[in-house]
Design a protein around this ligand. Structure first.
Ligand code: KG4
Ligand code: ZN
Length: 344
């Protein structure tokens, strides 16, 4: 007998992207993302403005997702939404909308952990990406989080390392602000780094035990370095921007790769699956591919669309919870992902 299709609508609104996706089983039918430009002028996400923009975007984004999927609302089997972690006001917009629609359609509501979604995004059935076998190391790197997660099964995960202060994307964005680059600076640093000399300037690596990270020291080191250099030459940044970006990116990539290698040694797991906006970084991708070519690890790099915050990753978790009937008892999860330190 042919298995029936499961249609899931997913909503993600944890930070500054309003997103809705429709999945048929583990395949994407649509994945709409409305990024909020309003924060650019402030050099960072302004929570109050984010919630207001979600309020404006949520109805058109969900409508477009359903339309693009080519289905009718009554065909949906369940609605999944990001329950946390994230900005409270932003989360509330997605949660209230998802709850109301699930109630109106009389279908199950599935709550999804945002961090778990970044990891399970690898299981979206898409020819542009391969699915890791269990166990693997999930590396979630974005503007709000930096974690190394041991993933034993879809819903059995353990955080084995995380940042003690700033997230890796925050390090890119804050250093970029000092370099007068637009927000978010990560992609600009990546682009400029390609033209620069990564060995030109040295920034010391933080000394943090075990598998944890720290990026606030790097930010301060860059600040003092720029203060010193611009005092001697006010045009220093302009004249050396590519070398500064290349050196900074080289340092960040080295910090990350050292911890990944340490995690591989400690766990004896060499499948490494990255996720989160910073996994778009070409320095990180190249370092992983190089390590793979040397036989040190097997790298899993998701399609860019599934790296940054998007509802597709919420839909895939919703799908697995639905088929395993986990949505009937959300408290069954043994999730340690939303630790006190992760802001998202
Ligand atoms: O996952 P994401 O869209 O949102 C959250 O923060 O949860 O990640 C956004 C972060 C920003 O810090 C941005 O600067 C960074 O991802 N980013 C990059 C690149 N593309 C995005 N950082 C370095 N290189 C990139 N190519
Ligand atoms: Zn995220």
């Amino acid at each position: 007998m042919q298995k029936e299709n499961t249609y899931i609508l997913a909503i993600e609104s944890s930070c500054d992207d309003t997103s809705a996706a429709v999945f048929c089983n583990d395949k994407k039918l649509s994945n709409i993302i409305a990024s909020q430009k309003v924060h650019e002028a402030y050099g960072g996400v302004v929570p109050e403005l984010a919630s207001r923009a979600h309020q404006q975007n949520i109805v058109p984004v969900v409508n477009q997702a359903i339309k693009e999927a080519g289905i009718e609302k009554y065909q949906l089997n369940a609605i999944a939404y990001t329950q946390g972690p994230g900005l409270l006001g932003s989360l509330l917009v997605g949660a209230s909308f998802a709850k109301s629609l699930a109630l109106a359609l009389d279908i199950p509501l599935i709550e999804v952990n945002h961090m778990q979604a970044h990891i399970l995004a690898h299981f979206i059935d898409d020819e542009a990406q391969k699915k890791p076998e269990f166990p693997f190391l999930g590396i979630t790197i974005s503007g709000g989080h930096t974690q190394i997660v041991q993933v034993d099964d879809y819903f059995t995960m353990k955080v084995i390392g995380e940042t003690l202060d700033d997230a890796i994307g925050e390090a890119f964005d804050k250093c970029g602000k000092m370099l007068q680059l637009p927000y978010p600076a990560g992609p600009h640093i990546d682009r400029l780094a390609k033209e620069g000399n990564p060995q030109r300037f040295q920034f010391s690596e933080p000394k943090v035990d075990g598998l944890n990270f720290s990026f606030s020291g790097l930010k301060t080191a860059v600040l003092y370095f720029l203060r010193r250099e611009t005092k001697a030459n006010p045009n220093f940044i302009k004249e050396n921007i590519t070398d500064i970006c290349a050196s900074l990116q080289y340092t960040v990539v080295t910090i990350l790769m050292n911890k990944i290698n340490k995690a591989i040694k400690k766990t004896d797991i060499n499948r490494v699956a990255i996720g989160g906006g910073v996994s778009a970084n070409s320095g990180i991708r190249n370092a992983l591919i190089n390590a793979q070519e040397k036989g040190k690890l097997e790298a899993f790099i998701p399609k860019f669309e599934y790296c940054t915050d998007n509802a597709g990753m919420i839909a895939i978790v919703g799908y697995y919870k639905y088929i395993q009937q986990r949505h009937l008892d959300n408290s069954r999860e043994n999730l340690q992902l939303a630790s006190a330190r992760s802001k998202f």
